[in-house]
Design a protein. Structure first.
Lengths: 266, 193
């Protein structure tokens, strides 16, 4: 063992912290090396001096003071814990408010929302539900499964037509980060044929995915192609008391220059 | 198993009232559930050790007294988070070291780095005072490892647990701390004991 290795380990050796074999090697070196032995002696002096620290110092009796200070807070009830709880409550309240505000129908599209998923679906003229190609989707829209989420007047809203052709109304939640523009809206709770789209067509509008607990629901899809022709699917699902589909009615319609006579399917 | 570990802790780390038989972990669990007597027993077991550690780290009895209380207050508040994964003594000493570090930081910010020797008169007292004086000239990490090593005779492994360091780091730091202490002691006193 070389001197520098011995010196690095001298403290551990004197403190009895080395493994037996290593300590034996080191002891053997110390017998033959005066320099390392001298350093060991220095460290022994340090050891003797520092042992003075082990002299027991009795702490002053302060249990009374400590009791008083402890009485201010039980375990787990410090002000920081309460502050954390208050913060969590505030976040929860904020989230609830946000969800509530997003769930509220806007002044314009409120009625269509009710009718679109209601038990008595009405025929919807396809022309009323057209999203213009290239139109930006509003923030948060992808997460919104409702059939007629209130529309914003920004991002091409002037060219958008909603169920009743009413002007779009801004909602408090519109500035929140949401879906990227142009992405397909997410459907809840299950995908429908609405996701079928012709890439060359350009316009897809998906309205409404049934809530299983509702007695009936409707899904309407319309595709407008580049040549001006349109295809639409209107699906109505009736459900029994257990929420199971009891009747499904799907109508398919095409119009435009290519289609002089609409066909029915389902 | 936990009780056994706790008993060992009381002998090894605490060296405090092992004859009383109740393991630290047991007392900590009872204190966590609000039993004041259990916490007071822990206080009685570790009071002197924590005070000595704080005194050696801070070099001042008033500071040590404040930090003794601060340590137990912090421990009391943190009890709900103490699950017995480490030994109670290790956990408590870590709190004490952190409290002392915070106090030292405040002291530095207040531009009051001069530490008063705890007890400058008398033979043994004078030696202790000189040792503490030299300790206070060291870097904080050197002061801490020496205080833990010599104040409570903690093993390197226990020091590693208290500080959350690796064993090699403790070994190297203690070695360097001893050399630094020797230089500081020779500067203040001129002669090693």
């Amino acid at each position: 063992m070389k001197c520098h290795m011995v010196r690095d380990r001298l403290s551990g050796y004197l403190d009895g912290e080395l493994a037996e074999a290593e300590a034996a090697l080191l002891a053997s070196h110390l017998e033959s090396c005066a320099l390392c032995r001298g350093e060991a002696d220095d460290l022994r002096q340090v050891d003797r001096a520092l042992r003075a620290l082990a002299r027991e110092e009795s702490a002053p009796e302060m249990i009374g003071d400590l009791r008083q200070r402890l009485a201010a807070g039980r375990p787990g009830s410090s002000r920081w814990v309460w502050a954390g709880a208050a913060g969590a409550l505030a976040v929860a309240a904020g989230a609830s408010l946000l969800i509530w505000s997003r769930a509220q129908p806007g002044p314009g599209p409120a009625a269509p929302r009710q009718s679109a998923v209601g038990s008595t679906p009405r025929p919807v003229p396809p022309a009323e539900m057209v999203r213009v190609p290239g139109e930006e989707r509003q923030p948060g829209e992808a997460a919104e499964a409702g059939p007629s989420r209130p529309a914003s007047g920004r991002g091409g809203g002037a060219r958008r037509h909603r169920l009743h052709g009413e002007p779009p109304a801004p909602t408090p939640s519109e500035d929140l980060p949401g879906a990227a523009g142009g992405a397909l809206p997410a459907l809840q709770p299950q995908p429908t044929p609405a996701q079928i789209a012709e890439a060359s067509a350009g316009i897809i509008l998906i309205l409404g995915e049934p809530q299983p607990v509702l007695p009936s629901s409707r899904c309407f899809i319309e595709v407008t192609r580049g040549d001006g022709s349109r295809s639409s699917v209107n699906q109505v699902i009736e459900r029994d008391a257990d929420g199971r589909p009891s009747a499904v009615d799907v109508s398919y319609q095409e119009s435009g220059p290519k289609y002089q006579t609409p066909s029915q399917g389902g | 198993m936990a009780n056994q570990a706790g008993s060992m802790e009381a002998v090894r780390l605490g060296e405090a009232r092992p004859a009383q038989g109740v393991a630290d972990a047991n007392l900590a669990a009872r204190a966590r559930q609000g039993e004041a007597a259990a916490f007071e027993e822990l206080y009685a077991r570790y009071r002197d050790q924590v005070y000595g550690l704080c005194l050696n780290l801070m070099g001042d009895r008033d500071d040590a007294q404040d930090l003794l209380q601060e340590t137990f207050l912090r421990a009391y508040r943190a009890l709900p988070r103490f699950r017995g994964a480490s030994r109670f003594g290790t956990w408590l000493f870590r709190i004490a070291v952190n409290a002392c570090n915070d106090a030292m930081r405040k002291r530095r910010q207040a531009a009051d780095p001069v530490l008063t020797p705890a007890s400058p008169d008398g033979g043994a007292e004078a030696t202790v005072a000189r040792v503490r004086d030299a300790l206070c000239c060291l870097q904080a990490k050197h002061r801490v490892v020496l205080a833990l090593r010599y104040n409570r005779s903690l093993s390197y492994q226990e020091i590693a647990e208290v500080l959350g360091w690796s064993l090699p780091r403790v070994r190297v730091t203690i070695h360097r701390a001893k050399h630094a202490f020797r230089e500081a002691y020779l500067r203040t006193d001129g002669e090693m004991p």
